[in-house]
Design a protein around this ligand. Structure first.
Ligand code: GAR
Length: 208
């Protein structure tokens, strides 16, 4: 099976990088991680090196320079799809246009609610009873591209750390599945091969 070449961008802890890495171990997964780009030293950077991926540290303090260097790396490694996984830098419209429909992001809220930062605090302060996460295509506006998949969990208590960890645990299931489906339906264009899913239990609902 042809495998799509993935690049993961991260500034974070790396749980989604690890989840995607594990997914690629499955021989039916249609992608392979070819390149990891971090914009600062972070646990994801160390994790990526430990997993033996080609790992680049490119500071984004100068965002234009970051984008030029990242673009060159992506071209050099013949990357087909970029997955932002805890990447805390807004990409310019020019960069996004160059990689149109080739950048996915996971954002910790049920978009279009709560784009931007500090989603967990904002959900709690508004008293919402449901929170979640979204995988979407990146376009030139913040957190507003086509929605590909979402998860929802009940807000059980007011503890941000607990809620954040619960969401991440399920993000780590959702993101690889959505990447898998995106590759089949939008890159290989074989809708019938991979159907979307609605999965729910008392703790979580996934829809993709
Ligand atoms: C995830 O919860 C992801 O949704 C969020 O950062 C975390 C990264 O975790 N992304 C954003 O806030 C993007 N705006 P990880 O480093 O463990 O994958």
């Amino acid at each position: 099976m042809k495998k799509i070449k993935l690049s993961i961008f991260s500034s974070g802890v790396g749980s989604n990088l690890l989840a995607i890495h594990k997914a690629t171990m499955d021989k039916t997964f249609p992608g392979l991680i070819e390149l990891v780009i971090c914009n600062k030293t972070c646990p994801a950077f160390e994790l990526s090196k430990n997993l033996n991926y080609e790992t680049k540290l490119i500071s984004s303090l100068n965002s234009k320079k970051f984008e030029t260097l990242a673009h060159n790396e992506l071209i050099y490694h013949e990357i087909d799809l970029i997955c932002l996984a805890g990447f805390m830098q807004i990409l310019s419209p020019e960069f996004v246009l160059n990689w149109e429909n080739k950048i996915l992001n996971i954002h910790p809220s049920i978009l279009p609610l709560f784009p931007g930062l500090h989603t967990h605090n904002r959900v709690l302060s508004k008293g919402l009873k449901i929170h979640g996460s979204t995988v979407h295509v990146v376009n030139d506006k913040l957190d507003s591209g086509k929605i590909l998949g979402q998860l929802a969990i009940p807000v059980k208590d007011a503890d941000i750390k607990t809620m954040k960890d619960r969401i991440k645990k399920y993000e780590n299931i959702l993101y690889p599945e959505v990447i898998r489906k995106y590759i089949w339906t939008f890159i290989f264009k074989k809708d019938r091969v991979y159907e979307g899913k609605l999965v729910s239990n008392k703790d979580v609902i996934f829809s993709y």
